[in-house]
Design a protein around this ligand. Structure first.
Ligand code: 5AD
Ligand code: SF4
Length: 453
């Protein structure tokens, strides 16, 4: 989501003459787009700001001032406090106000010229009008794959999570607006869309006529657009997997057979304490229904170890769930206490050394499953969407339906093409294969292989 937001910030600043640069040392403006989800991400902001302050001081001495802006969820959560703690920051803005960046930049310049040292510009409102109504058209020069934000915010209030406080209430973009942005991206050469939302499958149409449209139907409509060959979505919540979405996995060939469906824990007791709104049996049932609809579906997941009160038995239950489902990829984290969330005040916080041990054991198991899945693809054939030139001449790098990087030697195909590739070998982070034919836009019809992840 932050990558998407950063792209949109660059687009809204382009008419003012700003373009993305590589080096903060000689930038006219630096925007830190921040994440508040875990303490580690949050802490990085101030160390990064400390470094930028030195650059800013040097630049002021040289007579070429630099603007520092802090965007994203740390800015949203800290607001005024950030300007107090880091008074050299010129702009603090939240994730729902970045459409007003041009105004903020103008105000920061005025303040800098008229009253140097004056407190910076702060805009962390949750405005009534959507930022999406004010952003310019998408410019995705040369991208084959693009993010498209369709939903934001969250009303689920998992007890460990800051998102409902920093991103605000659950909100979906109108169907017509999403389709229009998808058309702009496809017209610019994008072939793969990754639909984004904190709770992407809570998506629902906004306009009167579209109220019944959920993610499943939206995916169907997007798949019908010219040029759109592949669709992915992230991050979904088990509670919002409905029949229409399962049907889309069965019927829409462009919907890739790879789904990120976080479960967080394999213990009913912990799921309850997390306020996830489902138990292990319900999760397994959803997975079984998805796999019945799409037998080649591969799953990825998020896990938290060391949630307050997590016992050895609770943790073992998480390992059991991992063994039962089989994940091709996963992100796992030590529980991080976040200010203002209910879990932060819960008794029986788990000691750091136990969290470390559990994380290591969980990650070893997940790594084993991922490597087994990758090794299993050797000898199989599937469609690869080429994204960029490889390091060697005549080599292209693309993505498998499972989002694995695939290296192929070819002079026949170009970036943006889809080819049928037979996988010859597997390395820890990529696959290698050779072309066996041209790809279909909708791989479902031709590859019906069952997987045993
Ligand atoms: N501590 C650790 N991990 C967290 N996540 C969210 N909040 C926390 C927290 N307080 C993880 C969850 C979520 C992912 C985006 O980040 O696993 O799915
Ligand atoms: Fe956070 Fe996701 Fe739970 Fe919402 S559903 S509170 S974003 S973990």
């Amino acid at each position: 989501m932050n990558v998407y937001d950063s792209e949109r910030m660059a687009e809204i600043l382009a008419p003012l003459g700003y373009a993305p640069g590589d080096d903060p040392e000689d930038a006219d403006m630096v925007i830190l787009n921040t994440c508040h989800i875990r303490e580690k991400a949050s802490d990085k902001v101030y160390s990064e700001l400390g470094r930028l302050r030195k650059t800013k001081d040097r630049r002021a001495e040289e007579g070429s001032p630099m603007v520092i802006a802090v965007a994203g969820c740390v800015a949203q959560a800290e607001g005024e406090e950030m300007l107090r703690r880091a008074p050299y920051v010129d702009i603090v803005l939240g994730p729902q106000t970045y459409h007003r960046l041009p105004e903020m930049v103008a105000r920061a310049h005025r303040a800098g010229a008229e009253a140097p040292g004056q407190r910076g510009v702060l805009d962390t409102e949750f405005p009534a009008d959507s930022k999406f109504d004010h952003l310019p058209e998408r410019q995705q020069a040369n991208a084959v794959s693009a993010f498209l934000s369709i939903q934001e915010g969250c009303d689920k209030f998992c007890t460990f999570c800051v998102v409902p406080y920093t991103r605000g209430a659950e909100f979906s973009r109108p169907v017509a607006q999403v389709l229009e942005e998808a058309r702009q991206l496809a017209a610019g050469g994008v072939r793969e869309l990754t639909l984004l939302g904190q709770n992407v499958n809570a998506y629902h149409g906004v306009d009167e006529a579209d109220r019944e449209i959920g993610l499943g139907v939206l995916v169907e409509r997007l798949a019908a657009l010219d040029g759109v060959a592949r669709i992915r979505y992230t991050t979904s919540h088990p509670r919002d997997v409905d029949d229409a979405l399962i049907a889309a996995h069965e019927n829409v060939g462009a919907l890739m057979p790879f789904l990120h469906l976080p479960v967080q824990s394999g213990s009913d007791r912990i799921l309850e304490a997390m306020n996830r709104g489902h138990d292990v049996a319900q999760y397994l049932d959803i997975v079984a229904r998805l796999r019945a609809a799409r037998p080649d579906l591969a799953l990825s997941c998020d896990f938290i170890v060391g949630f307050p009160g997590e016992s050895d038995a609770d943790f073992e239950a998480t390992l059991d769930l991992v063994r039962a489902v089989g994940f091709t990829m996963a992100y796992s984290f030590k529980y991080s206490s976040r200010p203002g969330t209910p879990a932060a005040g819960m008794p029986r916080q788990v000691p750091e050394n136990i969290k470390d041990e559990r994380l290591a054991r969980l990650q070893a198991l997940l790594e084993e499953q991922q490597q087994a899945f990758n090794a299993d693809t050797v000898g199989r054939t599937f469609d690869v969407l080429f994204e960029r030139a490889g390091r060697h001449p005549g080599q292209l790098v693309g993505r498998s339906p499972y989002n694995q990087a695939v290296h192929v030697a070819t002079t026949e195909y170009q970036v943006g093409d889809i080819a049928k590739v037979a996988i010859d070998s597997c390395k820890p982070h990529s696959l290698e294969g050779h072309i066996v034919g041209s790809g279909s836009a909708h791989p479902r019809e031709e590859s019906e292989e069952r997987l045993s992840a």
